[in-house]
Design a protein around this ligand. Structure first.
Ligand SMILES: Cc1cc2nc3c(=O)[nH]c(=O)nc-3n(C[C@H](O)[C@H](O)[C@H](O)COP(=O)(O)O)c2cc1C
Length: 192
């Protein structure tokens, strides 16, 4: 398939690495929805699957290199983030900081969740981080409140019309930006 018409390579980044986390349920629920679309080629980057160093080393470790290579390969991202104390978790920021150019001129969407706020504070703070990386965040996200009865006992979100619509809206925006920026990156180097 020609690059211009190939499905957009979209990575779903599962940001929580907490023992007992629900992030994997929510991330995989979302990834399964996204994978139903034939205009997206979906992969999952689960941060719990990487053995990152506890301090930032002078020389990137194999896990750091593997993560930034996966970011380089992807053309768009959906970050699945919980809210911790009105922000996103340290595990996510650590991984984001392991790449730089690899994020540039690519779109980012969000699936956020939390106990009370649907993770909206975390999502809005992540926008600032991605602006710093010359990425483009899409306006509409998917928010899951873990306390409103909309998830099962494993914190897997129930499928509702409202949620399906939120996912479609976000992915349509991500696809638009992803295809536009694919063309733009191929036409000229980014003006960083
Ligand atoms: C350290 C910590 C701080 C939290 N702070 C918030 C918060 O500010 N707002 C919120 O809605 N939920 C908060 N929660 C609830 C989490 O969003 C909820 O436990 C969620 O399951 C965490 O995601 P995870 O299980 O994937 O790690 C917090 C949880 C933890 C562990």
């Amino acid at each position: 398939m020609k690059e211009a018409t190939a499905p957009l390579r979209m990575a779903v980044i599962i940001g929580s690495t907490r023992e007992g986390r629900v992030g994997d349920s929510i991330g995989r629920w979302f990834a399964a929805h996204a994978a139903r679309r034939d205009d997206l080629d979906v992969s999952v980057l689960d941060l719990a699957g990487y053995t990152f160093p506890s301090t930032f080393p002078a020389v990137p470790t194999p896990a750091m290199r593997a993560f930034s290579a996966a970011v380089a390969t992807a053309e768009a991202f959906v970050v699945v983030t919980p809210e911790y104390n009105r922000s996103f978790p340290a595990s996510l920021k650590q991984a984001i900081d392991f790449a730089y150019d690899e994020w540039q001129a690519k779109p980012v969407g969000f699936v956020s969740y939390g106990a009370g706020s649907s993770g909206l504070y975390a999502m809005e703070q992540l926008r600032t981080v991605f602006i710093g990386l010359h990425a483009v965040t899409v306006r509409d996200g998917v928010g899951v409140d873990l306390l409103d009865g909309g998830v099962d006992d494993r914190c897997m979100p129930y499928d509702t019309d409202e949620r399906e619509q939120a996912i479609t809206t976000m992915l349509d925006q991500l696809l638009w930006w992803g295809l536009a920026l694919r063309t733009a990156r191929a036409a000229r180097p980014f003006a960083s």
